[in-house]
Design a protein around this ligand. Structure first.
Ligand code: GLC
Ligand code: CA
Length: 561
């Protein structure tokens, strides 16, 4: 295995619209990111993934790109971005951008041309099909559903044909089987790499190839059968080409988002060391290990610890020699960590435990903005509070439910949860802006904010900092970054334990997911020292360790071999 800079990095994800508003128009912006770089440096971050800030009509907050080479006026100017790059370089922070390959905005000049007539020379940049006649009525070319609700096809009146769009209507899918499209996208990537960025998080990368346009047999009506456009063979051809023509010419990190239930084999086929495609891929197996979809009240939410442990074990083991993994609890599309896997009654303990449990595994951490202070889901009570296009579409589709049920269904998975403004302090609008932000601030900002976290040495933020320091400390770096991972006591339903070891050192990371005290036998270890804990002291008697609620420990033990 060749060591790479990005294996040793600690990443942080920024969703610009919600991070920090420097000019008080209610929208986070690039200057806001610039101003907060020292904050991230202080935490120990040395890699930042910034979500899209390209010119966009903002149907999906910038994932609908109108111009790949321009910065959205909402977010600032290209000069602002260059300032970020320069300052980040001085601070030894790498920057990666979100690279949206699957689609553009319907306002992108390519699409405007493409839709204008069937013989336009950009027609084939997108995916156009005739509708079908079914029972005497015209219907879309297939019954496939889109991720954001409704059909995966939208009829365009100009030529009376359908274009494919697996996200929103305003996000037509590019036709990757067209070599011109691929060349254009390589040019986009090159332009940003030449400007000095260190790589990309590649959006929706698993969807670039489509199955033959035949109806899905997996249901009635419109069927969201993502197998029809996820992880199909030609994606690999395209990525090998991107790698050859683009990534391999620079020392970059190219991390793909592979939704659509990419199994391990498939994830390895994207990012295995010998694949020449991507550096690593985000998967979502560990992001939904609870009963969220079965409950009707947050009080009944329960983490499926055994499932979580088995998912970690599977991925860590499969990648141990063949590839590298990102370590992330959430992103801008998922519920907030504390509302998902945390325990609000043992707030600090569980927040710190979750961080220790994840970020000392083998891989590159990606902390999502606000996670380092334990931000939570927003308490939505009214439809008007939602902003996200997919949440709004989902709400509209639930007209068979009463208002309260509708709100509940939408809010529990709403992508607006992780998108409320970062709570910088306890002043009005949480110090995010001086004016009312584009989306409401979570009302708990007086208790949960960056300022109080920085002031209190025992805060969640300081625990995150300690974990990062431990990963980077010269005598442990080899161990935590490149050491092996082994999970033990796989059947324990409350405690997640793993070892990290190499020839010289060994640590055991013990994480209790229980709200009760548990005595645990550690007689198979010969304790050297406690490296990190989320409690003030450690109780070990006769090789029995007393784990209080959500206690989490990193123990260095003697390496017998
Ligand atoms: C990815 C992004 C998501 C976006 C979608 C379409 O899943 O993470 O936020 O809406 O792609 O670009
Ligand atoms: Ca602003």
């Amino acid at each position: 295995m060749t060591k790479k800079w990005w294996m040793e990095s600690v990443g942080y994800q920024i969703y610009p619209k919600s991070f920090y508003d420097s000019n008080n128009d209610g929208i986070g912006d690039l200057k806001g990111i610039y101003e907060k770089l020292p904050y991230l440096k202080k935490l120990g971050i040395d890699l930042i993934w910034i979500c899209p800030f390209y010119d966009s009509p903002m149907d999906d907050n910038g994932y609908d790109v109108r111009n790949f080479f321009e910065v959205s006026k909402d977010f600032g100017t290209l000069e602002d971005f260059k300032m970020i790059l320069k300052r980040a370089q001085e601070l030894n922070i790498k920057i990666i951008l979100d690279f949206v390959l699957n689609h553009t905005s319907d306002e992108h000049p390519w699409f405007i041309e493409s839709r204008s007539s069937i013989d336009n020379n950009k027609r084939d940049y997108y995916i156009w099909e005739q509708g079908k006649i079914k029972d005497g009525k015209e219907v879309p070319p297939t019954n496939w559903g889109s991720f954001f609700g409704g059909s995966a096809w939208e009829k365009d009146e100009i030529t009376n044909m359908y274009y494919m769009k697996i996200f929103s209507n305003k996000m037509p899918d590019l036709n990757w089987s067209n070599a011109e499209v691929r060349n254009e996208m390589i040019k986009v990537g090159k332009w940003w790499l030449d400007l000095g960025v260190d790589g990309f998080r590649i959006d929706a990368v698993s969807h670039l190839d489509r199955a033959p346009f035949e109806d899905s047999k997996n249901g009635e009506g419109i069927v969201l059968d993502w197998h029809k456009f996820s992880n199909l063979p030609r994606v690999h051809e395209y990525l090998k080409e991107m790698n050859k023509e683009l990534f391999s010419k620079y020392d970059v990190l190219a991390i793909g988002e592979v939704g659509g239930e990419a199994p391990i084999d498939s994830a390895l086929s994207y990012s295995g060391f010998d694949q020449n495609e991507l550096s690593m891929v985000f998967n979502f197996d560990h992001n939904w290990c609870n009963n969220l979809h079965e409950i009707s009240n947050y009080q009944d939410l329960k983490t499926d610890v055994l499932r979580l442990k088995s998912v970690f074990n599977k991925w860590q083991t499969a990648f141990s020699e063949k590839g590298w993994l990102p370590l992330n609890w959430l992103n801008h599309d998922q519920p907030r960590l504390m509302s998902h896997y945390g325990d609000l009654k043992f707030f600090n303990e569980s927040a710190k435990m979750l961080a220790t449990a994840l970020y000392l595994m083998r891989g590159t951490p990606f902390i999502y903005q606000g996670e380092e202070i334990g931000m939570t889901n927003y308490p939505f009570t009214n439809f008007k509070e939602f902003r996200d296009v997919s949440s709004i579409n989902f709400y509209n589709s639930l007209d068979h439910l009463n208002e309260q049920e509708r709100i509940w269904e939408v809010k529990k998975t709403s992508r607006d949860n992780p998108r409320t403004p970062i709570q910088w302090n306890d002043s009005k609008y949480a110090g995010f802006s001086n004016v009312e932000p584009w989306i409401n601030v979570n009302p708990n900002y007086k208790d949960i904010n960056v300022k109080s976290n920085l002031e209190n040495k025992d805060s969640i933020w300081h625990h995150y900092k300690k974990i990062i320091e431990l990963r980077k400390k010269s005598i442990y770096k080899e161990l935590f970054i490149y050491g092996e991972y082994k999970q033990t006591d796989l059947i324990n339903p409350n405690i997640y334990i793993y070892e990290r070891f190499n020839e010289n050192k060994k640590v055991v990371v013990i994480n209790s997911f229980s709200n009760e005290t548990i005595n645990y036998n550690i007689s198979n270890y010969n304790l050297k020292q406690v490296l990190l804990s989320n409690y003030q002291d450690t109780i070990i008697k006769n090789k029995i360790i007393t784990l209080r609620p959500y206690e989490s420990l990193v123990l260095e033990v003697f390496n017998h071999e």
